[in-house]
Design a protein around this ligand. Structure first.
Ligand code: AMP
Length: 408
């Protein structure tokens, strides 16, 4: 067995997973939270047991060192784990990166230079990369970009209709996010259908706390709902998705709101939470069951937006072989799936109620046999996708029986 350590380094957190890229097994996983705070925490799960520590974590370096100490004391022993790569999730690869790359100093500098386009994410990734390279100097590090799958978007789809010179100067265009998930899920969907990816047109709906839709023609992304940042598109847990850009102008001119206030409003105080007070669908359904009108409206707004995107992407693709639901809501919420696609029989889209009601962690078909478009639920697995992309890239550099790769 060989493994890949997948790291997702955020501004005040580090998520990690030790993945067997062949079997897909998550050997161990965990999260360091509240880095730099008075009260930090680390959760480490291995062999079905979760160990939790509540100690301040000064910075990312201290966080990763504490994680290594947990691997040493609780297991698994990384020196015996045949770790062939460290895979890093990076949110913004801009127009520079169209696929995973092996990390060197230049790559880190380029990710850093893209920070203005992802001020919350890229600086944190750079810190995580620097620390991880120090701690694992003998293992190749690979970065996998959230934006890379959408580098195939046609110019007409990624261009905003604003002054072209301003857009060019400031890198203002649609990049798309959640690409690792859309790529993994669309490839899995074709596999489940028993067809080659190049023969399948699909609409992929990644509905989690963040949410995005994509149109994938023959394995190639041609449209997606997120734009310059992950704020555009669908209604999300706490994010507004699409609004008239003049809302921002109006609030700054007339409501005394600053740029940061508007940022906070649209990213953290909007979406389902802004409308109903709840961003989790389980809590939202409970509220609706009590007769809460705000919660009921929040669901309708969410579904209305989702259906608009499905219709738009149908027109973009012309022929849709599959509609695929994934992520926390898409995988678990049968009501959202059914309502998103209701009354579309004339398009060949329908859901079979019994199939839709099945709860499972497996990829599955939920449309009736007569439907010309297959509706599916395909669980996403971004860590596994990152691990497999890392191995595919460094495969040549790794011999069949990798030597024990030490860590500093
Ligand atoms: P993710 O960002 O993919 O982890 O998705 C998280 C979201 O999935 C939560 O905020 C919930 O809204 C939703 N979710 C998770 N589990 C369920 C469930 N069993 N039923 C409905 N929604 C769920």
């Amino acid at each position: 067995m060989s493994t890949v350590l997948v790291i997702n380094s955020g501004s005040s957190s580090i998520k990690y997973q030790l993945v067997d890229p062949t079997s897909g097994e998550a050997v161990a996983s965990g999260i360091v939270e509240r880095i730099g705070d008075d009260e930090g925490s680390i959760k480490h799960t291995y062999a079905g047991r979760t160990t939790t520590q509540h100690d301040p974590v000064a910075d990312h370096g201290a966080g990763l060192r504490a994680v290594l100490a947990l691997f040493a004391s609780v297991g698994p022993d990384l020196a015996q784990a045949h770790m062939v790569a460290v895979g890093h999730r990076v949110v913004q690869g801009g127009s520079v990166f169209d696929g995973p790359v092996v990390v060197d100093d230049d790559v880190v500098a380029q990710i850093d230079a893209l920070s203005p386009l992802a001020p919350l994410h890229n600086p944190a990734h750079v810190i995580g990369l620097r620390v991880a390279r120090e701690l694992f100097p003998d293992v190749p590090h690979v970065v996998v970009f959230d934006t890379a799958f959408f580098r195939t978007l046609p110019e007409a789809a990624y261009t905003y209709a604003i002054d072209a010179a301003v857009a060019r100067e400031h890198g203002v265009r649609r990049y798309g996010f959640h690409g690792t998930s859309h790529q993994y899920v669309s490839a899995r969907a074709a596999e489940v259908l028993g067809r080659r990816p190049q023969d399948v047109n699909q609409i992929v709906l990644h509905l989690g706390n963040g949410a995005s839709a994509s149109a994938v023609r023959g394995g190639v992304a041609v449209e997606t709902s997120m734009g310059l940042t992950p704020l555009e598109g669908l209604v999300m847990g706490t994010r507004s998705g699409d609004v008239d850009p003049a809302v921002l102008i109006h609030l700054q001119r007339n409501a005394g709101m600053s740029v940061d206030d508007v940022d906070d409003l649209l990213n953290r105080r909007s979406g389902l939470k802004g409308l109903s007070g709840e961003n989790d669908f389980r809590a939202l359904h409970e509220l609706i069951a009590t007769g809460d009108a705000d919660a009921a409206l929040a669901l309708e707004v969410y579904l209305h937006r989702l259906r608009k995107y499905i219709g738009a992407y149908y027109a973009v693709l012309g022929r849709v072989d599959a509609v695929v639901f994934t992520a926390g809501v898409g995988e678990n919420d049968a009501t959202v799936r059914a309502r998103a696609l209701e009354s579309l029989e004339t398009l060949g889209i329908a859901i079979d109620d019994d199939r839709n009601a099945v709860r499972s962690h497996e990829a599955r078909v939920i449309s009736p046999d007569w439907a010309t478009t297959t509706v599916m639920v395909v669980p996403t697995n971004e860590e596994l996708a990152i691990a497999r992309q890392a191995v595919a890239l460094v495969g040549d550099e790794v011999d069949d029986d990798p030597a024990e790769l030490g860590h500093a």
